[in-house]
Design a protein around this ligand. Structure first.
Ligand SMILES: NC(=O)c1ccc[n+]([C@@H]2O[C@H](COP(=O)([O-])OP(=O)(O)OC[C@H]3O[C@@H](n4cnc5c(N)ncnc54)[C@H](O)[C@@H]3O)[C@@H](O)[C@H]2O)c1
Ligand SMILES: O=P(O)(O)OC[C@H](O)CO
Length: 343
């Protein structure tokens, strides 16, 4: 493939892992982060000691303190900051983006106040630019070690999705395409809420049964909301749905799960988040998901309980009791609603 000039906005763990991957494919990488000390350290050590220590960045990675210089002449602009910061980053570049620059969003979240997905925020600023969301089960710590990983490039535009597939694919990072932007964004964001719950279960000392139940019922309520918002239900059975949910609920790399473990052990939210030291997207997404469930009138009992734990001070044990003692119900709603089996 032809060498591309790619701007990565955000030099956290994921932005850095992607810079490594793309630079090793011989693309020219421009990295920007808001923190000048981080940029100076990157220039000095050619390593991201703060967010992803142990990996040398090659010489075709360049570092910028000026975001406008960073994106200049880049064909691709990768959004790799925490999701609540995406709007402020777009605001900084709003007068400097050309129509032929393609956005690749790798951030997983929903904007807290507006309840907008990242594609909607990008569309607000750049309605004519192509947009691709790249998501799936992909811990930065493993991608940078070249451990086999699979992700999905989703776009309304097939050409854009296939271009991003070609740019990012390596023998260790297999990229699929999908037209379902809503499904991929909802799955990638809301799995973090369930991962907080999985961590809480671990922190409370529960076992594998509880975790399996949480994950299975969790993906079901995520899919219910996603479909109400216009997603394909099959996306939630794929890499960006159940795939990402599995990796986030079971891995000790997951910041969301680790935060949940601390909550389950009785630490406050502030203590838990500050001890993680990196973005814990699920904290914000819990609030957004809870409000989306109300807006779309979709029942999301697990999300509602995690909202109560995080934002209303409920104890985790109280929430588990509420979930277990809800009125009894059927497993697959469609069977009852559509009278499929004649019940
Ligand atoms: N780490 C992973 O394994 C991984 C994998 C896939 C997706 N993601 C997603 O990628 C996004 C970034 O995650 P990360 O792991 O790199 O997080 P991180 O905590 O390692 O880094 C966050 C980055 O966002 C920047 N940032 C935060 N607030 C900002 C603001 N107000 N303005 C400008 N920049 C700001 C920070 O400076 C930093 O560069 C998240 O949405 C995450 O869910 C992470
Ligand atoms: O570390 P987490 O919990 O933010 O998860 C990172 C990625 O989203 C996993 O695919």
């Amino acid at each position: 493939m032809q060498r591309k000039k790619i701007a990565i906005l955000g030099a956290g763990s994921w932005g850095t892992a992607l810079a490594l991957t793309l630079a090793e494919k011989n693309h020219i990488i421009h990295m920007w982060t808001r923190n000048e000390k981080d940029i100076n350290d990157l220039i000095k050590y050619k390593e991201n000691k703060r967010y992803l220590a142990g990996f040398k960045l090659p010489d075709n990675v360049y570092y910028f303190t000026d975001i406008i210089d960073c994106i200049k002449n880049c064909e691709i602009i990768v959004l790799a900051v925490a999701s609540q910061a995406i709007r402020s980053v777009l605001e900084k570049i709003k007068n400097s983006v050309y129509i032929n620059q393609l956005f690749v969003n790798v951030s997983k979240g929903i904007e807290k106040g507006s309840l907008m997905r990242i594609s909607e925020i990008v569309y607000d600023y750049f309605p004519e630019n192509h947009y691709v969301v790249l998501s799936g089960p992909s811990h930065a710590e493993e991608v940078s070690r070249k451990i086999p990983t699979t992700i999905v490039a989703a776009s309304k535009n097939r050409w854009a999705a296939e271009l991003v597939q070609d740019i990012f694919i390596t023998p260790n990072l297999r990229v699929y395409t999908n037209p379902d932007v809503v499904g991929v964004e909802i799955g990638g964001s809301l799995k973090n809420v369930i991962a907080l719950g999985a961590g809480i279960c671990d922190g409370l000392g529960f076992g594998d049964n509880a975790k399996a139940a949480l994950m299975t019922r969790g993906i079901r309520e995520i899919a219910r909301l996603g479909v109400a918002m216009g997603a394909y239900s099959s996306t939630f059975a794929g890499l960006t749905g159940i795939g990402d949910l599995i990796v986030t609920c079971t891995s000790m790399h997951s910041r969301n799960r680790r935060c949940g473990i601390l909550l389950g052990q009785g630490h406050s939210l502030e203590e838990a988040v500050s001890s993680i030291g990196m973005v814990v997207e699920g904290v914000y997404t819990t609030s957004a998901a809870y409000k989306l469930s109300q807006k779309y009138n979709v029942e999301m009992p697990i999300t509602a309980e995690i909202y109560k734990i995080i934002y209303e001070g409920y104890s985790a044990r109280e929430s588990v009791y509420s979930l277990m003692c809800r009125s009894k119900t059927h497993e697959i709603e469609e069977v009852i609603e559509q009278n499929i089996s004649g019940w």
